[in-house]
Design a protein around this ligand. Structure first.
Ligand SMILES: Cc1ncc(COP(=O)(O)O)c(C=O)c1O
Length: 579
């Protein structure tokens, strides 16, 4: 398909490529995204990721421009709903059994920011699980909140977070006065559903509202065999991303107020701070469509459940590959598990989740949702096809065979387990305080005991290894290093390429001499100086590649080392230590 998405100035009904709008000094604007999106469709890569519609909804909207309007007469206003939007949201609330349901067109992100803004004042304490989405951390930063971390259990066999540590929850509630909101993620990215009812029971005497980030559970209310939604389990506010697991456009989400403990006005006011003042009617209509689809397609959910069950069993029959299952989670404080999440573990191989995800994409044309060190996650929804599940199974079966051949059943190929859960963080400053302090870069392996000045995390899922204001422990450095070694992109770490020049004789002795340090800009020419030239202060222009560097310098060769630095707070800007 060829692109017709240039700036159109005339003949908008013309089906052929149309004239380009030529801005002064700009010859044309290539529609990179449109080209890539349309050609991607032809690549036959199967989406085991969000959005939940899996690009398979046909004939809903022929031409999106035809129904794309703004708040004109008769169409109400999402930021002050009085008419059809109000009516639509009221009917939706009736279906969910909530006090009030808000449509969101900027994702659960806005729902989370709004829920916290409506329940906490500047500087308040919030009790939050460490595995909360970055939107929660952003709310903490914006409102200068004091985050108290709610411990979760650890599943050693799977190297991941489990359910809420209820004993610690009770202790924290007794110890910490003035907590203004509790926020937890349920289900987690991995599909682990928390004990909402019990959590609510523990916090109820303190009259603290419970906010549940159910971004990954928007499908729960539509089918009785899915885990029960937090809406029915006593949560005060529940936020769901329709786009993740339902046939809905990206960015569509819902915020439900479920109890009288929450002020509807405050929530509405907060939403209007964070949400676009020109909310898309396409997205709003998409919200209605997704809910309608869910209500009207009970049979499809039944069919989907059968398909899922069949393929889960088949995958579980493989030798080196296993799926996370509900039964193993109970002992770790989980309440339930979302079977739609295929959390795929690979045993007896040195390959990391990242590498497996790459293989699945490049060799089998399967795009996963995310990868961790020890597993990959495939999101399945009601819109998946039998063909898609078949392709996944045959790819896994093939990999399973290859893993067997790779190691000849040698158990030494078992991956070394690196504890991926950070624990016992030492908070020296509030994140909002730390983010305003003077920072400097520090070599990662020299950062022990320094105070972190930025968020360090892998995305997805975006759970921070370090939060600004936390003291860096040796175990944090080890965890970051293990992610880097496994090829993960760690956000918040600066990667530098450093050239060391070795003289020939020293090269023989394998002793690098630190020469000139500079950031490498791939495919540009470097000025590199050998030690003697450096003394004479005569830079020599070298060409792009290492070979050229070597041929220009008969006596020297260059070695590239990668160095990682971390942002830490400068000593002299440390103000008031908290602990
Ligand atoms: C647990 C969790 N909460 C919230 C969000 C934010 O959702 P949205 O993309 O709809 O803004 C995400 C996004 O991935 C998430 O994983």
């Amino acid at each position: 398909m060829h692109c017709t998405l240039y700036f159109v100035v005339e003949n908008y009904e013309c089906s052929k490529p149309i004239s380009l709008y030529r801005l002064e000094g700009v010859k044309s604007l290539r529609p990179y995204l449109y080209e890539k999106l349309t050609s991607y469709e032809e690549e036959n890569i199967y989406p085991f990721h969000m959005p939940g519609h899996k690009r398979r909804i046909k004939n809903l909207i022929q031409n999106p421009y035809e129904i794309d309007i703004t708040e004109i007469d008769g169409f109400d206003n999402l930021n002050d709903p009085q008419d059809i939007i109000k009516q639509s949201m009221e009917e939706t609330a009736k279906f969910y059994g909530t006090k009030k349901t808000f449509y969101l067109v900027n994702g659960s992100t806005v729902g989370i920011l709004s829920a916290i803004t409506a329940t906490c004042k500047r500087g308040d304490k919030i009790l939050m699980a460490r595995n909360c989405h970055k939107a929660v951390y952003n709310a903490v930063r914006l409102l200068e909140l004091d985050p108290i971390y709610l411990p979760l259990t650890y599943i050693p066999e799977r190297n991941m977070f489990g359910g809420i540590d209820e004993e610690r929850l009770c202790e924290i509630l007794k110890e910490e006065e003035g907590i203004k909101a509790v926020i937890i993620t349920s289900p987690t990215y991995e599909g682990i559903v928390m004990h909402i009812e019990r959590t609510k029971m523990w916090i109820n005497p303190y009259k603290i509202p419970l906010i549940v980030d159910e971004a990954h559970g928007a499908h729960f209310p539509f089918y009785e065999n899915f885990p029960q939604s937090a809406i029915k389990k006593g949560a005060d506010i529940v936020i769901q991303s329709l786009h993740k697991t339902m046939p809905a456009f990206t960015q569509t989400a819902l915020l439900h107020i479920c109890t009288d403990q929450i002020s509807e006005e405050k929530v509405q006011d907060s939403i209007s701070i964070y949400q676009s003042s020109s909310p898309s009617y396409l997205l709003m209509a998409g919200i209605e469509y997704a809910i309608h689809y869910g209500i009207e397609n009970k049979n499809s959910f039944r069919e989907y459940e059968k398909l899922l069950d069949f393929y889960r069993k088949k995958i579980q029959g493989l030798k080196h590959i296993s799926l996370l299952e509900k039964e193993e989670l109970k002992q770790y404080g989980a309440y339930d598990f979302d079977p739609c999440k295929l959390v795929i573990f690979f045993q007896n191989t040195k390959l990391t989740g990242n590498e497996i995800s790459d293989i699945l994409l490049k060799q089998y044309g399967l795009q996963m949702e995310m990868s961790e060190r020890d597993y990959v996650i495939a999101i399945s929804t009601i819109c998946d096809s039998k063909e898609g599940f078949d392709r996944l199974y045959y790819a896994l079966e093939d990999l399973d065979r290859k893993i067997g051949m790779e190691n000849g059943e040698d158990p030494s190929h078992k991956q070394e387990k690196i504890h991926v859960i950070t624990d016992g963080q030492i908070k020296r400053y509030l994140p909002s305080e730390a983010l305003q302090m003077k920072t400097k870069k520090c070599n990662l392996n020299e950062a022990k005991d320094a105070i972190c000045g930025s968020y360090i995390y892998i995305y997805p899922p975006g759970i921070p290894i370090l939060v600004p204001g936390e003291q860096i422990k040796q175990s944090d450095i080890a965890l970051i290093e293990s992610y880097l070694e496994s090829g993960f992109y760690v956000k918040g770490i600066t990667r530098e390429e450093i050239h060391d020049i070795m003289s020939v004789s020293e090269q023989e002795q394998a002793k690098p001499i630190q020469c000139e340090r500079r950031m490498a800009i791939i495919s540009s020419a470097y000025d590199i100086m050998s030690v003697s030239e450096q003394e004479q202060e005569k830079p020599i222009q070298c060409e792009q590649s290492m070979e050229n560097i070597n041929s220009n310098k008969e006596e020297s060769s260059a070695v590239t080392r990668i160095c990682y630095s971390i942002t830490v707070i400068e000593e002299n800007d440390k103000k008031r230590e908290r602990n």
